[in-house]
Write a protein of this length. Structure first.
Length: 584
């Protein structure tokens, strides 16, 4: 079975969602900022397609806790089991869906057989499952028994439950199935009473061997002695039967291992091809086990469809681009967009996958601008925390190295198309890129640039007082040593007689005039690449922030304020003096 369409109304933080899922998408990784609705989407799928007979629904599960507006979750599912296609079940309630996601009242040539499964919850908090026909042309109820045919399971944080035999655990489902482990529960209970350590039975051994193979297959650990034992750690009299590795219960293992073990056991308990829901796939896992798990899930033919969420750049890297779907929440209206396969988006994914996990993105021209901005953010964050305000991270603002000025507007447009708020922070010394810059601005990007003709180094050199410019040279000397800086200055055109970093002394002794001195310093910083590393860019950002009183014009201060406004609030952009849009 697979999901082709999902509609959600008034559930948790989702007021409305309409999501068409392409027919060929078997592995779907939901990404995007926190609180955008990713986990709620998985919860909604599990509520409507899971087999829990009476899930707990509270007032807080309604959008804004308003119970006067019903929760409605509707899934269009295809690739149905034979049992669901019988006339005695839902064979008379079939709809059709074509490759473009258009629904038909009844199956037609060129369409796939589909069922419209709906969950409705009103103020009485009683969930009602039905199969629907289009245009309110009738419905029929769905029992919890038949919901098992939807074969949807979710790996959640209740992993301990699935590693013990309880009424609702996956292990109990395996034991109750009609295979060779059908009597495992009774055998295990008898073994526990008599002597678990010495008891041996072929069916029991088959069960534990089956589980052990699956645990190792999903990368849970290196298990060689999985067996059934009596876990007396719970308060229930006599304890519970649990899975052990030798003498250690699996419930004593780390979070990542337990989650993977829960996944393995739940998979064994699933019927036929199943839909897997896995929230925060990286939770508790080292990068290498996360990579292994993703590769396993994507290649496992027992899953008809997989939905995962993640906040891990590693997971974004490992998923194919067409597997990634960005989730955005605009005042309750949730949009899910699959990432396109265009070249710019692919470059963003390869070079900075973490960008897709933010809410607001500043595309900075290069490493200098990235480091500069990271330190400016650090300074502002400290001030905001003193006032009891949130940080840039709390807002979801991130910085991306745009890998060059010409690339900045291209990346900005690609991110805008996916619903992100985007600002461009870049030099203004290359006018050949202005056409693309204007396109990005028209699409909604904020442009934050230096004065026309300047990059960051020349803007600083032209905006500082002479004393401030000398102090900037002293910062360069801390990075490159004083004598090296003097050599850099001479390579940039300073007279051979220049032997100190005191620029006022150069001017007083008529070695250079003020204009030439500024040009020489700017050229030296550029040619010798003083700040072309992120760490050096951070040093520059800290220096600029701490020397804001040394500037003789307002350009640098205006740029810093524009960056602050974009990163920390939602003020409307206004035109700047060079005609581009800035924030603030």
């Amino acid at each position: 079975m697979r999901i082709r369409q999902l509609d959600i109304s008034n559930f948790r933080g989702i007021r409305d969602l309409h999501w068409l899922i392409p027919k060929d998408r078997n592995f779907i990784c939901l990404i995007g900022p926190g609180d955008s609705g990713k986990s709620s989407i998985l919860d909604a799928i599990y509520l409507v397609l899971g087999d829990r007979w009476n899930p707990s629904i509270a007032d807080t599960d309604f959008y804004k806790a308003d119970v006067t507006n019903q929760i409605v979750i509707r899934c269009v599912v295809t690739d149905l089991s034979k049992n669901l296609l019988k006339e005695s079940t839902f064979g008379l309630w079939l709809s059709g869906i074509d490759d473009n996601g258009k629904l038909y009242q009844d199956p037609e040539d060129g369409t796939d057989l589909a069922l419209i499964v709906q969950l409705r919850v009103d103020e009485n908090l009683e969930p009602i499952w039905t199969i629907e026909k289009l245009n309110n042309n009738g419905s029929t109820p769905v029992s919890s028994y038949l919901r098992r045919e939807f074969a949807t399971f979710r790996v959640d944080d209740r992993t301990d439950v699935h590693l013990r035999w309880t009424k609702t655990s996956a292990l109990s489902k395996i034991s109750d199935s009609g295979n060779s482990t059908g009597n495992a529960m009774a055998l295990a209970s008898r073994a526990a009473r008599e002597s678990i350590a010495s008891y041996s039975d072929d069916k029991l051994k088959h069960l534990t061997t089956q589980i052990q193979c699956k645990l190792n297959e999903v990368g849970c650990g290196n298990f060689s002695s999985i067996q059934i034992g009596l876990d007396t750690s719970l308060s229930s009299v006599g304890g519970n039967l649990s899975l052990y590795e030798s003498s250690v219960p699996l419930t004593n293992y780390g979070l990542g291992s337990k989650r993977l073990a829960g996944l393995a056991v739940q998979q064994l308990a699933s019927v036929g091809k199943s839909i897997l829901l896995l929230d925060e796939v990286e939770h508790g896992l080292e990068p290498h086990r996360l990579v292994s798990l993703l590769q396993y899930i994507k290649s496992d033919q027992s899953y008809s469809q997989v939905f995962i969420t993640t906040h891990s750049p590693t997971a974004v890297e490992q998923a194919s681009t067409d597997n990634l779907a960005v989730t955005r929440n605009n005042n309750g209206t949730v949009l899910v967009k699959f990432i396109p396969m265009d070249s710019t988006t692919l470059r963003v994914r390869r070079s900075r996958p973490s960008s897709f996990l933010g809410r607001k993105i500043v595309v900075a021209e290069g490493k200098t601008e990235e480091g500069f901005l990271l330190e400016i953010i650090n300074k502002f964050d400290k001030s905001r925390l003193d006032l009891g305000l949130t940080t840039a991270a709390g807002i979801g603002s991130v910085v991306q190295d745009g890998m060059g000025g010409a690339e900045v507007p291209l990346r900005a447009m690609a991110l805008l198309d996916l619903g992100y708020d985007v600002a461009m922070f870049f030099d203004n010394d290359d006018q050949t890129i202005n056409k693309n810059v204007d396109k990005a601005i028209c699409r909604g990007a904020i442009s934050i640039r230096w004065d026309i003709g300047n990059n960051i180094e020349s803007q600083l050199a032209n905006s500082l007082s002479i004393a401030g410019l000398t102090s900037l040279l002293e910062l360069g000397a801390k990075i490159r040593k004083p004598q090296t800086v003097i050599c850099d200055l001479k390579d940039a055109g300073a007279p051979e007689k220049v032997s100190s970093l005191e620029i006022q002394n150069w001017i007083d002794t008529t070695l250079v005039n003020e204009s030439d001195a500024r040009r020489i310093v700017a050229d030296a910083m550029n040619k010798a690449e003083w700040f072309k590393l992120v760490d050096n860019g951070k040093l520059l950002g800290a220096w600029v922030f701490d020397h804001r009183g040394c500037f003789i014009n307002n350009t640098v201060e205006a740029i810093i304020c524009s960056l602050e406004n974009f990163i920390y609030d939602d003020a409307n952009p206004s035109p700047s003096k060079d005609g581009s849009k800035t924030h603030g």
